[in-house]
Structures are given as structure tokens and as C-alpha cells.
Design a protein around this ligand. Structure first.
Ligand code: GLA
Length: 637
């Protein structure tokens, strides 16, 4: 590790039984020794609280801490993340091991920080009596009166009117139960996870004021409201594994989008706590990262705001469920191709340090990214293909193809600093958010919404106004009818984003849009759809509101649409690059740095500003730069 230029490791995140072999008896000697060995070689340690895997003694003594299924069965011990979060015993055990670790390591100069638990979320939901009672209490606190809860959940439907708080049952079939109940249950579950983490953080903050506290998030995972989970941390870290499928740009851009989501959680740079370093899986393997690819995967994250990274794992385990999760080293422990590449990456990161210090991604474009809409759409997607990240991805990928930085922002966050805001699949829209967007447009912002925008309020009741509700004037349209295009139904649309009209294909879903004041940028040609628009633009105040009421089959449509939006918002890219070469910039502290990431397996030539320093090669640029397969260039502008 030392030879490869590594200077941090993370350890102990599943080592509960090794640190507390029986309740209240702690053994840290083995860990002290490793931390010291590493410390002597200039390698600092991040410690994980170990609560994501339960020691067998916890089960022997306290069987009630295991998750209970909706049918009343306790899960079998032996996996990880199977605890009930309302169990007082579990919370106490979690506090005790956290406190014992914190007390032991608070003054250890080689321990620089903490990771809470591991990848919070992905737990099965628990349906025990305690969870049910806690859910009822949480609802009482939220709604105050049963009458208000009954109103917010529309319980006059299907005979659900509650006469007593104790009658409320957590839902388990999210495509059949009352969607309002499902939404609050998801919120409650997310809140439980956040509370659990907070209890650990409070201990770490009190005892270890000089060590940071972070958590390893899972990128586009959306079962937990990550904005809330991030709130109590110093910074966000995340685990990046983009080599699961064929090498393709969707995977590459999903890693970019995840990075932007992670940066948006606290609106600051993040760390990578687990970076892909080999072929991985629990039973079957993923493909092996190809020559140059793990370096490229790592540097892409720095282009999006990473400040540090840890590979996972260092060496493939010879034991246990994760034997196939390959790391920098294989089972034989011999430094090979991936080790050499990790060492090269470490040298690159040391070189980049002075150029990136004080910089972050600055974006003119924001996408509103909302966990509650994801949850609500998961119960009622309206059309089968409505997958949140695919919907966002169509615009996001076109923006990245255009070389434009993007921020992912929480609903309600101030939008004034952005020239262009997109709200794909923004299904739950409170009136306050609608008013904020309305004002944003009138004050000069360019805004785009699409199908299923603002259908519901915060408890999941359908708004009674004709869609798009409070935004009808700003968007200059009315939508009285809409449909899913099932069974392969396709409509033709004629799009006017180019000099000559282009024929496109509408799939999956269609709003029947009646323009009131909006211009029609694309309209349907099928006989019954001719009165309706597919894409509209409305001038409103100093700004413009766009609405796209369908999904268009051809990705080139989204490139044309993004070009139109960027022109309208007067945003230009730093440079243009060939397809497959991702362009990003970071700036701050008087510096501006351009990243070019070649995601392809071909050599690419990119036109760049001449006379600048290409930092990784330490050369002055000519008018073009050559990038080998998976190569990355970083240019100081
Ligand atoms: C997650 C965990 C790691 C490891 C990997 C592979 O990313 O955080 O500890 O278990 O999965 O299974």
C-alpha cells in the first residue's frame, strides 16, 4: 500500500464480533496493532461503526432485534442489515459499541475519521409490534388529530376511516395498499434510519471532536431520503461500482449522475469510500475492469467533485460471502495489473491535489431530484416504463453529451443561481414549490417539466386543478387528458427544433396538451392527436417554461431539446468533444480545471485551448489532445 502511494484505509465496518466478542467485553488490541502498523507507513485510518452485521450473541440474548416480516416471521440470522430499528435493545447495543470505539480511538492520531454503519438502507422493513406502534406515534406527531390523518389519507375510500390510532397498520404491498399510507410509511422508515445514524453521530461528535464523520452512500439508491441522511454528517462519501454491465455510456453517465446527486446532498464535494477495483459479485462475477478502466472510473469522480477515494477491497477475501468481490489484489495477494493501475491513479491524485484544492463543480443547470416523487411513483408509476433514473437520464445524458455541468438539487432549494432548471418526473409538488418555480420563470429562469409533473400534493392526494395546476399560466398549457401507451402503441410527432421539421416517435405515455399561450415545438400527427402538442415553449415574464408531455424514442431528440434549452438560457459549453469523451469543469480559489474523460476503447482527438498546462502529462497543450482508450486529461484553464 505504501509503495502504491496510498495514505488512507477504512476498516472495521463489519467487525462487531471481533471488537465485542461478548456483550460488554471489548477487544481492540488486534485493531490497534493494524492501525499502528499502517500509521508507521503514513497510512491513516477511517473506522466504521460495525452495526450492519450482528454478532451471534446479540441474537442468542435478544431475538427480538431481528426484522419481522409482515406475516410475523423473524428473519434468519446470518446476513447483514437485518435488525429492527425500533428495537430499544438494538439501539442500545449500537450506542454502546459506538461509544466504546469512540472512547478507545478518540485520541489516536492515526484515526482521522468515522464512517457510520455501512450503506444504510437496503434493510428489509420490519413489521413487528414495536415498529407498528412507533409508526402510529410518528403519525400522531405529524397529523395531531385522527380527523386530519383521515383527510390526508383519503380514508373514506375502501372503508378505511380510522376511529383509533391503534387501528393503523403498516402497508406491505405497495402496489395495492393506500398510496398515502405507503408514502408516510416510506417516510417513517427513512426517518428511522436517519435517527439510528444520528444516535451514533451524537456520540462520535461528543467524544471525537477532531475526527470527521461520514457515511458511505449508494449513489442512485433511493429507499432512504438521502438529503436527510446527509444532514448530520461532515461530508458525504459513496460506493461506486459502474462495471456491472457491458461497457456503455448509460453506465458511465449513471456514475456521473450519482456523483452529482451525492454532491447535491450537502452541496459540497464528496469522497468515494468504495471504488471499483476488480470483478465483483456475491455468487457470480461482474466483468473485469479493462486496462485503464479503474483509473478512468476513479478520475471521473474527481471530475464531478470527489476529494478523496478509497478502493474496495484491498485484497479479495479467501473466506465468507464476499470471496468473489475482487480488489486491488486477488486471493493470492500478488501485486499485478490492477495494483499497477491503482498506483498510477494514486500518483495522478497526488499530482492533481494542488490543482483541485478549493475547487468544486459549478453548474448553470439544475435538475430537481426528489426522493418522495421516486417513492410515490414506485406505487403508481402511471406507465410501466416510468423509471425515475431513466426519465432523468434522458435529459442528463444529453446535457453531459453537450459538455454541460449539472447540479442535482433538493425540491425547495433556492434556484436563483441557475439559468436552466429541469424537473423530470417531479410528481409530488407542494403549492409552495409550484409558486417558487412560477416565480423562478417569471424572473428570467428557463424551466422544463414533463409527464406526471405536479399530479400530487405532499400527502399524495391528486391536486384538483387541471394539470399542470399552479404552473398552467407559466407553462401556457392545459392538460385535461393523458394516457399510457401500452402494448407497443406509438404516435408520430413532428418536431420543429431543427430548421426543417423532423419526424419522431412518442412512446410509453402521452399528455394531451392544449396550448393556451404556449408555442408548439412538437405536435402529434395521428388523426385523433392532431389538436394536441407534445412539446411546448411559453414565454412568461422574463423567462420561459417548456413542457414535454411524452417520451421520445430517439435519443437525438433529447440532444435537440437540450440544445434549444441551452440556447434559450444562454448557456454555452466550455468545449465540444467527440461522443464518448465526457467534459467537466471544476473551479474555485482562482482556478479552473477541465477534465476530459475518454469512456471509449478507441483513441480520441479532442480540440482544446492551446498553451495551457495538461496536468497529468505535465505538458503544454497544442490545439488538440490525443486520449488513448480510457485515458483522462486534466487541463488547467
Ligand atoms: C457494499 C459494502 C461493502 C461490500 C460490498 C460488496 O458496497 O459496503 O462492504 O460488502 O458491498 O459486497
Amino acid at each position: 500500500m505504501q509503495k502504491a502511494g496510498f495514505n488512507i484505509v477504512r476498516m472495521a465496518e463489519f467487525a462487531w464480533v471481533n471488537m465485542e466478542p461478548e456483550e460488554g467485553r471489548y477487544e481492540f488490541g488486534w485493531l490497534d496493532e493494524i492501525i499502528e502498523i499502517l500509521g508507521k507507513r503514513g497510512i491513516k485510518t477511517i473506522l466504521g461503526t460495525p452495526t450492519a452485521a450482528l454478532p451471534p450473541w446479540t441474537l442468542r440474548k435478544y431475538p427480538e432485534i431481528m426484522v419481522q416480516t409482515p406475516t410475523g416471521q423473524r428473519l434468519t440470522w446470518g446476513m447483514r442489515k437485518h435488525n429492527c430499528f425500533t428495537s430499544g435493545v438494538f439501539r442500545l447495543l449500537s450506542e454502546r459499541i459506538t461509544r466504546a470505539m469512540a472512547q478507545h480511538y478518540k485520541d489516536n492520531p492515526n484515526v482521522i475519521g468515522w464512517q457510520t454503519d455501512n450503506e444504510i438502507g437496503g434493510h428489509p422493513m420490519c413489521y413487528c409490534h414495536s415498529c407498528r406502534a412507533n409508526f402510529q406515534d410518528w403519525l400522531k406527531n405529524k397529523y395531531k388529530t385522527l380527523a386530519e390523518l383521515n383527510r390526508a389519507w383519503g380514508t373514506h375510500f375502501w372503508s378505511q376511516g380510522f376511529g383509533d390510532w391503534s387501528e393503523i397498520v403498516p402497508p406491505d404491498k405497495f402496489d395495492e395498499h393506500n398510496p398515502h399510507t405507503c408514502l408516510d410509511w416510506k417516510r417513517f422508515f427513512s426517518w428511522l434510519n436517519v435517527r439510528f445514524q444520528k444516535e451514533q453521530i451524537d456520540i462520535l461528535r461528543a467524544l471525537c471532536p477532531n475526527q470527521f464523520v461520514t457515511h458511505n452512500f449508494m449513489g442512485l439508491f433511493s429507499e432512504i431520503n438521502y438529503y436527510d441522511l446527509a444532514e448530520d454528517l461532515d461530508f458525504v462519501s459513496w460506493d461506486n461500482y459502474p462495471v456491472s454491465g457491458k461497457p456503455d455510456m448509460t453506465n458511465n453517465y449513471n456514475a456521473a449522475m450519482a456523483a452529482d446527486v451525492m454532491r447535491g446532498l450537502k452541496r459540497r464535494n464528496f469522497w468515494i469510500m468504495e471504488q471499483t477495483s476488480g470483478s465483483h459479485g456475491w455468487g457470480t462475477l461482474s466483468r473485469n475492469p479493462r486496462p485503464g478502466e479503474i483509473r478512468k472510473i476513479a478520475l471521473q469522480q474527481f471530475a464531478h467533485g470527489a476529494e478523496a477515494q478509497v478502493w474496495f477491497p484491498w485484497r479479495a477475501c479467501t473466506v465468507g460471502r464476499e470471496q468473489y468481490w475482487h480488489g486491488i489484489l486477488g486471493h493470492d495477494g500478488k501485486p499485478g495489473r490492477r495494483y499497477q493501475e491503482a498506483a498510477q491513479t494514486a500518483r495522478d491524485l497526488h499530482t492533481l491535489d494542488e490543482h483541485l484544492k478549493g475547487t468544486t463543480v459549478r453548474a448553470d443547470v439544475a435538475i430537481i431530484y426528489d426522493y418522495e416523487s421516486v417513492w410515490a411513483l414506485s406505487f403508481q408509476p402511471a406507465y410501466d416504463e416510468n423509471k425515475y433514473h431513466q426519465v432523468i437520464g434522458r435529459y442528463y445524458q444529453a446535457l453531459r453529451r453537450a459538455g454541460i455541468n449539472v447540479d442535482m438539487v433538493r425540491p425547495g432549494q433556492d434556484l436563483a443561481g441557475y439559468k436552466l432548471v429541469l424537473a423530470p418526473d417531479l410528481y409530488i409538488v407542494r403549492d409552495s414549490l409550484a409558486s417558487q418555480i412560477d416565480a423562478y420563470i417569471r424572473n428570467g429562469g428557463v424551466f422544463l417539466a414533463d409527464g406526471r409533473f405536479a399530479v400530487k400534493d405532499e400527502t399524495g392526494l391528486c391536486h384538483v386543478r387541471t394539470l399542470p395546476g399552479l404552473l398552467a399560466e407559466a407553462l401556457g398549457i392545459e392538460i385535461e387528458e393523458y394516457e399510457a401507451l401500452r402494448g407497443g402503441i406509438e404516435y408520430q410527432i413532428e418536431e420543429h427544433l431543427h430548421r426543417a421539421p423532423v419526424t419522431r416517435t412518442a412512446i410509453h405515455y402521452a399528455d394531451w396538451i392544449k396550448p393556451t399561450t404556449a408555442l408548439v415545438l412538437a405536435g402529434y400527427t395521428d388523426w385523433h392527436m392532431q389538436p394536441y402538442a407534445a412539446l411546448t415553449r411559453n414565454q412568461c415574464g422574463k423567462g420561459a417554461g417548456y413542457y414535454l408531455g411524452t417520451i421520445v424514442k430517439e435519443p437525438a431528440f433529447y440532444d435537440a431539446l437540450i440544445r434549444e434549452l441551452l440556447e434559450s438560457a444562454k448557456i454555452t459549453a466550455e468545449i465540444t468533444a467527440p461522443e464518448g469523451v465526457e467534459v467537466s469543469t471544476r473551479e474555485g480559489a482562482g482556478k479552473k480545471v477541465l477534465f476530459l474523460v475518454n469512456h471509449t476503447e478507441q483513441c480520441q482527438t479532442v480540440n482544446v485551448p492551446a498553451g495551457k498546462c495538461e496536468v497529468l502529462r505535465n505538458k503544454t497543450t497544442g490545439s488538440a489532445i490525443e486520449l488513448a482508450a480510457y485515458d483522462v486529461a486534466v487541463i488547467r484553464l
